[in-house]
Write a protein that binds this ligand. Structure first.
Ligand SMILES: Cc1cc2nc3c(=O)[nH]c(=O)nc-3n(C[C@H](O)[C@H](O)[C@H](O)COP(=O)(O)O)c2cc1C
Length: 216
């Protein structure tokens, strides 16, 4: 994809990735790939995806330690690598930098106090981006899946970077939309930071109950 001639910057106002690539780079994947490369801040992190999955545990108590920009970049870039229906990327990420907006989000998320985390990302569905010739209800279904997968990729990336997170699904859609100023419906609020305490993963169902084998 060629960027419009007048578009010098590859990032939005207010969010500048640590890595800046040359303005003449003509594909957005160059920035994405540059961000995802190992770097001094992130080289000690867990790159074994199965170890990351096995260790992940939700956190509702975050330390005040600021999340490094390079880690934020990777968390956002991870979302951007997720599969989406027709590769139309039917989702948007709202990166909440305003401390007041974070406080407002607590109220919009059923008064859950930990929504005020060091890094707060709101994932919204954007079915209008999905230019596939299907009924609107299918496009909405695709957008939910796009937004959910993207948030999930970010959540795993955060874990791999030594951070922890809490996925917030309990919120008043309208209130969240008012706080972040959009007419797009949110699908999840991902709150990320350094955990105050590292905990063991929670137990899961036995595989016998989980997996249903279909023979014929
Ligand atoms: C769809 C969904 C909605 C969730 N909503 C909330 C929420 O509103 N508040 C919260 O504290 N945790 C929420 N969670 C986090 C779950 O409680 C948590 O993932 C679950 O207890 C399993 O724990 P684990 O993530 O440590 O494995 C949600 C998780 C998912 C996937």
């Amino acid at each position: 994809m060629t960027l419009p001639k007048d578009s010098k910057k590859l990032h939005p106002k207010g969010y500048e990735p640590k890595i800046i690539i040359k303005e003449d780079s003509n594909t957005r994947n160059q920035l994405l790939n540059a961000i995802l490369k190992p770097s001094p801040v992130t080289e000690s992190v867990d790159t074994d995806i199965f170890a990351v999955m096995a260790k992940r545990r939700s956190t509702r108590k975050f330390s005040d330690k600021i999340v490094e920009t390079e880690k934020i970049d990777k968390i956002i870039a991870a979302a951007d690598t997720a599969p989406t229906a027709g590769n139309f990327q039917g989702f948007e990420i709202f990166y909440i930098k305003s401390p007041q907006k974070k406080k407002d989000l607590i109220a919009a998320c059923n008064k859950q106090p930990y929504v005020d985390a060091p890094l707060v990302l709101v994932f919204c569905k954007n079915p209008d981006r999905v230019k596939l010739d299907f009924p609107a209800r299918i496009l909405k279904k695709f957008a939910i899946q796009d937004a959910t997968l993207a948030a999930s990729y970010s959540q795993l990336a955060a874990q791999g970077l030594g951070l922890s997170s809490i996925w917030i699904g309990m919120f008043d859609e309208k209130k969240v939309m008012d706080v972040i100023g959009t007419d797009l419906i949110p699908s999840s609020v991902l709150c990320i930071g350094y955990p105050k305490q590292v905990k063991f993963p929670k137990p899961r169902r036995n595989l016998k109950e989980l997996v249903h084998v279909v023979w014929e």
